[in-house]
Design a protein around this ligand. Structure first.
Ligand code: NDP
Length: 311
C-alpha cells in the first residue's frame, strides 16, 4: 500500500471538483476519483445558463473541464476508476478500487452524486441533450413555445411540469397509474395549471426520432385500454426519481430510507473524518451551484479537521 493521503474525493461533478479546488489550494494534494460518470450530471447537459459568472452560458462538459483544470493547477490529482468498497471503521480509511488496489486516506469527501433514474427505453440515452432531459431547471428554457412532456407522478414530476409550463406551449404529464405519489398541494397546483394536460395509466413505449438526432415525438400505450398512439413532443423530461450513489458505504454511513447521506451538521457525516458534498446528500436543490457550494464547505471542513488532528 502506498502513502496515506490527506484527502480523497469521490466524484468529479461540481461538488467533487470544487472540493478539489479548495483542498488543493489548502496544499492538501487531494486525490480525486472520477467515478463511473466522470463530470457528473453536467457532463450530460448541453448549455448551462444559470451558473454565475457566465453571462453567455457555458457548455456543461466545458464547465466541468474548467473546474478540473483549475483544481489540477493547484496540485489535485485525478484518477479514473471507482471505489467499490470503503472501510470507514478506523482511520486512516481504506478504500478498495475495482482492480482491488487499496488506498489509504485521513479524510474522505463523498461527492458521488445521485443519478437520474431513466425509463430504460432504447433511444433514451442517445437523445439526452437532444430533447431528452432529467432536469427542467437546466433545460426548460430551450423549449419556449414547444411541446413538452414530463414523465412521473411524484413531487419531482409536478414541480417540473409546473416549472416547464412557463416555457412550453403545452406540458403533457404522463403517469403510469392513476394514483399519485406527489403531495396534495403540488398535485393540486399542477391540476389547476391550464397548460398542463394529464395523461394517466399510460407508459412511453418509444421516443422518436433517432435518425433526426432530436426528439420529435413518442409512442404511448394506455395500460388499461391497450390503445397505442403517437404524440408530438419536442422536450421529453423524465422525472421518476434519483438514485443516490451510496452503495459502497451503505452499512457504515447514516443514510435515509432512499439511500441519501444524512448530514450531521455542515458537511459532516456520522463518521468523523468523512464529509459529504452535493447531490449525494441534497435531495432538495440539486443545482450545479449548490453542489459547488457544498464541495467548498466539505473542503474547508477537511482542512480544519486535519489541522485539529495535527496534520
Ligand atoms: P418519487 O419516488 O416520489 O416518484 C417517482 C414517480 O415516478 C412515481 O410516480 C413513480 O410511479 C414514477 N416512476 C418510477 N419509476 C418509473 C418508471 N420506470 N416508469 C414510469 N414511472 C415511473 O420521486 P420524486 O423524484 O418525485 O420525489 C423524490 C422525493 O423528493 C420525494 O420524497 C418528494 O416528496 C421529494 N421532492 C420534493 C419536492 C418539493 O417538495 N419541492 C420536489 C421534488 C421532490 P408509481 O407511483 O407508479 O410508482
Amino acid at each position: 500500500m502506498n502513502s496515506i493521503h490527506n484527502v480523497v474525493i469521490l466524484g468529479s461533478g461540481c461538488a467533487g471538483n470544487t472540493a478539489a479546488i479548495y483542498s488543493a489550494r489548502a496544499n492538501l494534494a487531494p486525490l480525486v476519483f472520477e467515478g463511473h460518470e466522470p463530470g457528473g450530471q453536467l457532463s450530460i447537459t448541453t448549455e448551462v445558463e444559470n451558473f454565475p459568472g457566465f453571462p453567455e452560458g457555458i457548455h456543461g462538459p466545458q464547465l466541468i473541464e474548467n473546474m478540473k483544470q483549475q483544481a489540477q493547477r493547484f496540485g489535485a490529482t485525478y484518477r479514473h476508476g471507482r471505489v467499490v468498497h470503503a472501510d470507514l471503521g478506523r482511520r486512516p480509511f481504506t478504500l478498495t478500487l475495482e482492480d482491488d488496489e487499496k488506498i489509504q486516506t485521513r479524510t474522505l469527501i463523498i461527492a458521488t452524486g445521485a443519478s437520474a433514474r431513466w425509463l430504460g427505453l432504447p433511444n433514451e440515452q442517445k437523445l439526452i441533450g437532444r430533447g431528452v432531459s432529467s432536469c427542467a431547471t437546466c433545460d426548460g428554457f430551450f423549449y419556449r413555445g414547444k411541446k413538452i412532456m414530463v414523465i412521473g407522478g411524484g413531487d419531482s414530476a409536478m414541480e417540473e411540469a409546473n416549472f416547464l409550463s412557463r416555457f412550453g406551449s403545452e406540458v403533457a404529464l404522463v403517469h403510469r397509474s392513476a394514483a399519485f405519489r406527489s403531495s396534495k398541494i403540488m398535485l393540486e397546483r399542477a391540476q389547476a395549471n391550464p397548460k398542463i394536460v394529464f395523461i394517466m395509466n399510460t407508459v412511453v413505449e418509444d421516443i422518436y426520432d433517432v435518425s433526426k438526432n432530436e426528439v420529435t415525438g413518442v409512442k404511448l400505450r394506455n395500460v388499461q385500454t391497450g390503445e397505442v398512439y403517437d404524440r408530438e413532443v419536442d422536450g421529453f423530461f423524465v422525472a421518476i426519481g434519483h438514485i443516490p450513489n451510496t452503495k459502497p458505504f451503505a452499512s457504515q454511513l447514516d443514510l435515509d430510507a432512499d439511500g441519501y447521506v444524512i448530514s450531521h451538521g455542515g458537511a459532516r457525516t456520522n463518521i468523523t473524518g468523512v464529509f459529504h458534498a452535493g447531490d449525494v446528500q441534497d435531495r432538495t436543490y440539486r443545482q450545479a451551484i449548490t453542489a459547488s457550494g457544498a464541495g467548498c464547505m466539505a473542503a474547508i471542513e477537511v482542512e480544519r479537521f486535519l489541522e485539529t488532528e495535527g496534520h
